[in-house]
Design a binder for this molecule. Structure first.
Ligand code: NAD
Length: 489
């Protein structure tokens, strides 16, 4: 036990005593690697109290400029400590070092700077109303909400955390974060670094533990939490919304997806293969924006499918810390079993397996890690389980289509609507198809190009509300209209 890394909660500006704890395993090896605090109700209560106390202290009197300067200081501090952050994120998730170093942690840091810029660039709304004897001037002000409860997932731990922490701090709130039990380390690191950069004690608190019936549920049902933002599975989102009804408190829900890619015969097929492969296999398919349904126009189906099979074969699973590795493991034994169960049922349903289809045999020391094979299927109808349920693994089902209207309708035939990708060289087609898709984001001839100023969120069961740019500032602040009568001169 003693050689396991302890991962404590962080409350009121310092690490809390570890207390009750659970073992967290290294996904690449399957071995126990960390001992993570399991916060009980008293610990969550202490974290919420610390956050509320911080609002009454100096943090509650900071100006917008001071808070934005802090975000920029924190970003610079994180940049200077990038290798240490990368090491912790890999230890939790088994992500390949190259993408963690070059994409994920830099983007986590970029969120801090982006929201500083977004908040700084905002123009205050004012409205003048003529009234008898003068005029009324309406000014729209932002006021912090209070204590924000953040419940985060494991797939992009720090990136999705700073996506919420940055605008919440910009707006002057205090925060209690419950990171995923599978990826606790970088949240504590963020809180420690924020403290080192001068964030007052209690502004950013971290409680660890499980979700249902545990720390996650304690946090979202705590009456001292004023608003809740959640990223994770749709079913968990339902439970969180029920908890938020007490109050009621505002919620922002970023949930699951079953994202389609529509590949037209007029597209640049090589680029479409490369982009679609990335959208299926990046982060072992554990991205909410990942493509799991691929619709290919008939004339190019065979060529496109062969390209994807080759891309799957070219992936290099292995030591997450080796620069040549391009495929990491699933996050946990439970997630691996879920993915393999869906793989087995797709086969039992009659899918033609074009690539993979099962576990991935790895040499020592990775033999007991949570590896799953990149997998491609074809031949199933749109209502088959594998074409409807989110797998959250490195896999997709490929179908043939003929007509534009047909493929838009089939792409929309899902209970989810988070992201969709269109590959076509015809701008008019791209415009028509994008207009018809029921999806929070539509990418055309690219994938996962993100601009923090643009709204982000899902249609249907993929979420409620939008974050990004001014929408994030709207969630993390109350808008206040101040109406002042000015008599005519
Ligand atoms: P999850 O819902 O299992 O867990 C997310 C978090 O919720 C964890 O911290 C967990 O402990 C907590 N939790 C679980 N039950 C809870 C409860 N009853 N009350 C309070 N907290 C609870 O999700 P996950 O497996 O960590 O993440 C994968 C899912 O997240 C996928 O469905 C994926 O599509 C989705 N996701 C969505 C987005 C998006 O922006 N839309 C981004 C990333 C991931």
């Amino acid at each position: 036990m003693s050689q396991l890394d302890p991962v404590p909660c962080f409350i009121g500006g310092r690490a809390a005593p570890l207390g009750a704890a659970f073992e967290k395993h290294d996904p690449a090896t399957g071995r126990p690697a960390a001992l993570v605090a399991e916060a009980d109700e008293a610990v969550v209560d202490a974290a919420v109290a610390a956050a509320r106390g911080a609002l009454r202290g100096p943090w509650g009197r900071t100006t917008l400029d001071q808070r934005l300067a802090f975000l920029e200081t924190l970003a610079a501090h994180m940049e200077a400590n990038l290798p240490a952050i990368v090491a912790q994120e890999i230890a939790d998730t088994g992500k390949p070092v190259t993408v963690t170093t070059n994409v994920e942690i830099p983007r986590a840091i970029a969120n801090l700077r982006a929201f500083a810029q977004i908040a700084r660039a905002e123009r205050q709304e004012t409205f003048e109303t003529p009234v008898a004897g003068g005029r009324a001037r309406n000014t729209v002000l932002r006021h912090r909400v209070g204590v924000i409860g953040i419940v985060a997932p494991w797939n992009l731990p720090l990136l999705l955390l700073t996506w919420k922490v940055a605008p919440a701090l910009a707006c002057g709130n205090a925060i209690v974060v419950k990171p995923s039990e599978h990826s606790p380390r970088t949240a504590v690191m963020l809180a420690r670094m924020a403290s080192a950069c001068g964030l007052p004690d209690g502004v950013l608190n971290v409680v660890h533990g499980h979700g249902a019936g545990a720390a996650g549920a304690f946090l979202v049902s705590h009456p001292g939490v004023d608003a809740i933002t959640f990223t994770g599975e749709t079913r968990t989102g339902e439970a969180i919304m029920r908890a938020a009804a007490a109050g009621p408190r505002p919620v922002s829900l970023e949930l699951g997806g079953k994202n389609p890619a529509l590949i037209f015969a007029d597209s640049d097929v090589e680029a479409a293969v490369a982009g679609t492969a990335r959208s299926m296999f990046d982060n072992c398919g554990q991205v909410c924006l990942t493509t799991e349904r691929v619709f290919v126009q008939r004339p190019i189906f065979e060529r496109f499918a062969a390209g994807l099979v080759a891309a799957a074969a070219a992936l290099r699973p292995g030591d997450p810390r080796a620069p040549q590795t391009t495929l990491g493991p699933a996050i946990s034994a439970v997630q691996r079993e879920k993915v393999l169960g869906l793989y087995a049922r797709a086969k039992a349903d009659g899918a033609q397996v074009l690539a993979g289809g099962g576990a991935l045999d790895m040499p020592a020391p990775f033999a007991d890690g949570y590896w799953v094979a990149p997998t491609l299927w074809a031949g199933l109808p749109d209502d088959a389980e594998i074409c409807r349920r989110e797998v959250f693994g490195p896999c997709a089902h490929l179908s043939v289509f003929d007509e534009e209207d047909e493929v838009v309708a089939r792409a929309n035939g899902s209970e989810f609507g988070l992201a969709a990708t269109v590959w076509s060289a015809d701008p008019a087609r791209v415009e028509r198809v994008a207009a018809g898709l029921e999806s929070g984001t539509v990418w055309a001839n690219c994938w996962r190009v993100r601009d923090e100023r643009a709204p982000f969120g899902g249609f249907k069961r993929s979420g409620i509300g939008r974050e990004g740019g001014a929408r994030s500032l709207d969630f993390y602040s109350e808008l206040k209209t101040v109406c002042v009568f000015e008599p005519a001169a």
